[in-house]
Each structure stands twice: as structure tokens, then as C-alpha cells.
Ligand binder design. Structure first.
Ligand code: ZN
Length: 387
């Protein structure tokens, strides 16, 4: 018996894996063969070929669809045109020239295009941002040309005459000026313009002069009007008496007195004030000063009101003396220089005031005795009366 060669463990594993592979390959081949047999039958192949559309059929179908469906035709055409526009440079330039010419000469197309762009600008935020950037760049590039610059300035000046646009522009620029970078940019531009351009410098100086002249005229007008009002007020003099404090004031310091202006709680105070006011001027109107009014509105008695213990009593008839008598009994004799002020009917003291004390008792004793103290008797005669 031939002796079988002993195999190593690695060789045994290799043989086992080889057998497995052979088994898998055999199974796969069997399955493939079954499928091939099924598919490769002449009847099934004929059926499949007859079902598959040919190129000509597809084209015919697409042509029919293109003619029948407007949407499909539009989409197909626009897609084809877009593809061509993107890939073909010469077609792109040709198309642009054609559209530009149409935009210039065809009014209907021009209006339609503008309407469409406005609609897109309003509705599409991305498009709006892109369009703004594009226009800024285009304008900056164009602005280098002096002709365009002049045209643009004239256009903006014309637009600025419109009040709505002007207000909108100011609002925008104010909002923009809050940005520190933009502010600094504006300042540096103005400085550069002032430094390097003589005409701009002169123009700026002239503007400043005009502005200052306008301000001075305004101030002068205000000052003159204020003086005119003051003179009008003082022409009347302090003839308006406050019903509460009995002070004589100017017109601008008082207002008309009405009971209805005040609260019901202050009616008692008002009655006291009215009863204490006995001024019988020709003017029947009653006035109250601003200070008293402020207290009465709050229902309080004004501190300077006459009824607040400041009411002056009437002078008795026995104390009513003449001017000479009052000088004779005065305990002080004053010497002062009074001057009439140019306006306002007021007087002013000029210089020092000299106060001379007077000995009233010696004056009184040196006067002639009164009839009762002189021990005289009045008697009447037929011819004359003797004292
Ligand atoms: Zn008053």
C-alpha cells in the first residue's frame, strides 16, 4: 500500500478553503447558467427588444410632446438656451448685444423688463443684496469718468429737490453717520478736500460765513422782537393789582382771575381773598399774580396773601396829616438823590442816602400851643370873631 504523505496543518487549512471556494464557484455557476438559460431563450429576448424604445421613437415622442405642451417646450428651450449661454462664449456676447439693443429700442420690452426686475428686487432678498453690491461697484467704476460724475451729481441734485426724497436721504445718512468707521471716513474726506482743493476751501469758508450771518440775523430778530415785547409791556406800567397779595404788577406777571379755574376745596380761601380786596379801579377785571395762582391751584393759601395777616388797615382820619406835618413829626429825615429812569416810569436812587435823626420833642414844644392849652376862650362879637 502506498503510503500517503502526511500534510501539515497549514496545508490542510488551504485544502479546506480551496474546497469551499470550489463549492461557492460551483453554486454561482449553476445559478448563472440557470439565469442564462432563462434569458437566453429566443422568445424572451425578442419580447424584450420589442418593448425597448428605439432612439427614433424617443425623438418622435419628444417632438410630439414639445409641440403639444407649451410648458414643456418653454422649459426645454430655456434649459437649452441656458446651457448654450453658459458654455458658448461667442453666443453669450452675441446674446447680450441683442438684448441690449432690444432694451434700448423696444419700449414694451423695456417696461416689461423694468417691472420684472423691480418685482424681483422687492421679493428676493439675496438678489437685492447682490444687485446693490453690483451697482455700487459699477457706479464706483463709472464715477471715475468726469462726464458720468457730472451727470450723476445733476441727477442727485434734481432728486434732492423732492421733499420726500430729501427727508429719506437725511434719515439714511444720519443713521449711517452713527457708524464710527463711516463717520471717520467722511471726516477724512472733508479734511482732504479742504486741504488739497482751493475751490472747495473757498466754498466751505463762504458757506460758514453765510451760516453765521443767518444765525446772527435770527438772533438779532429774536432780540429785537423781545425788546419790542418788553417795551410794550412796560408802556402800560405796573397797574394790574393782584387780588390775593394786592401788589401792583406788570401785565406779563398776572393773569385773569376766575373762580372756575380752582378746585372747590379752595372756595373758602377764595371767598376770604375776594372779600378782602376792595380795590375799585376803572378796570373791572380782577387779576391774580403767577405766584399766588400757583398756590391757589393747589388749594393752599398763598404766603404773601393779604388775608394771611398782611392786610393793611385803613388810616384813621386823626392820623391823616399833610406833607409838611409829616415832615415835622418825622423821627428821621432822609436826603437822597432820585432820578427818573428813561423807560418804565420808575425812579432810582443815585448816590448815597443821608439819614438825619430829628428831635421831635423840641420841634413839638417850639410850635404854637393849641387853643385848648393856650387858655384862650373863643368869643363872638357883633362886628367880628376873635380867637
Ligand atoms: Zn399775588
Amino acid at each position: 500500500m502506498p503510503r500517503t504523505k502526511r500534510l501539515s496543518a497549514a496545508a490542510k487549512a488551504k485544502r479546506r478553503s480551496g474546497k469551499k471556494k470550489e463549492t461557492c464557484a460551483h453554486n454561482y455557476n449553476q445559478a448563472t447558467a440557470a439565469v442564462d438559460e432563462t434569458q437566453s431563450s429566443p422568445s424572451s429576448t425578442r419580447r424584450r427588444i420589442s418593448k425597448r424604445p428605439t432612439l427614433r421613437t424617443t425623438i418622435e415622442q419628444r417632438k410630439r410632446k414639445y409641440k403639444a405642451h407649451a410648458v414643456f417646450s418653454n422649459v426645454t428651450r430655456s434649459n437649452a438656451m441656458r446651457k448654450k449661454y453658459a458654455e458658448n462664449t461667442s453666443f453669450r456676447s452675441l446674446w447680450r448685444k441683442r438684448m441690449q439693443a432690444k432694451y434700448v429700442h423696444d419700449a414694451v420690452f423695456h417696461a416689461h423688463w423694468q417691472r420684472r426686475m423691480r418685482q424681483k428686487y422687492r421679493s428676493n432678498c439675496t438678489f437685492r443684496c447682490l444687485w446693490r453690491k453690483k451697482m455700487q461697484l459699477t457706479r464706483a467704476e463709472k464715477y471715475k469718468d468726469s462726464a458720468f460724475r457730472d451727470y450723476w451729481r445733476a441727477e442727485m441734485r434734481t432728486k434732492y429737490l423732492d421733499e420726500t426724497f430729501r427727508e429719506q436721504w437725511r434719515h439714511t445718512m444720519r443713521a449711517k453717520y452713527k457708524d464710527a468707521a463711516f463717520r471717520e471716513h467722511c471726516r477724512s474726506q472733508m479734511r482732504a478736500s479742504y486741504t488739497h482743493s482751493v475751490s472747495n476751501r473757498m466754498l466751505k469758508k463762504q458757506r460758514v460765513k453765510n451760516c453765521r450771518a443767518r444765525q446772527a440775523a435770527t438772533v438779532k430778530t429774536c432780540f429785537n422782537s423781545a425788546i419790542a415785547v418788553f417795551r410794550k409791556h412796560i408802556q402800560e406800567g405796573p397797574i394790574f393789582t393782584c387780588i390775593s397779595c394786592h401788589r401792583h404788577l406788570y401785565r406779563q406777571s398776572v393773569s385773569g382771575f376766575k373762580m372756575s379755574k380752582y378746585k372747590r376745596d379752595s372756595n373758602a380761601i377764595l371767598d376770604r381773598i375776594i372779600s378782602a380786596f376792595t380795590n375799585s379801579d376803572a378796570d373791572d377785571k380782577r387779576y391774580v399774580c403767577i405766584t399766588c395762582h400757583s398756590y391757589l391751584v393747589r388749594g393752599k393759601l398763598p404766603p404773601q396773601a393779604a388775608v394771611n395777616g398782611l392786610l393793611l388797615e385803613n388810616i384813621p382820619s386823626a392820623l391823616r396829616v399833610t406833607e409838611l406835618e409829616s415832615v415835622l413829626i418825622a423821627q428821621r429825615v432822609l436826603f437822597m438823590k432820585l432820578m427818573a429812569l428813561p423807560r418804565g416810569r420808575q425812579r432810582a436812587i443815585h448816590g448815597a442816602v443821608v439819614n438825619v435823626p430829628s428831635n421831635v420833642s423840641s420841634t413839638v414844644t417850639s410850635l404854637p400851643l393849641t387853643p385848648s392849652k393856650a387858655c384862650t376862650v373863643a368869643a363872638e362879637t357883633e362886628t367880628s370873631t376873635a380867637i
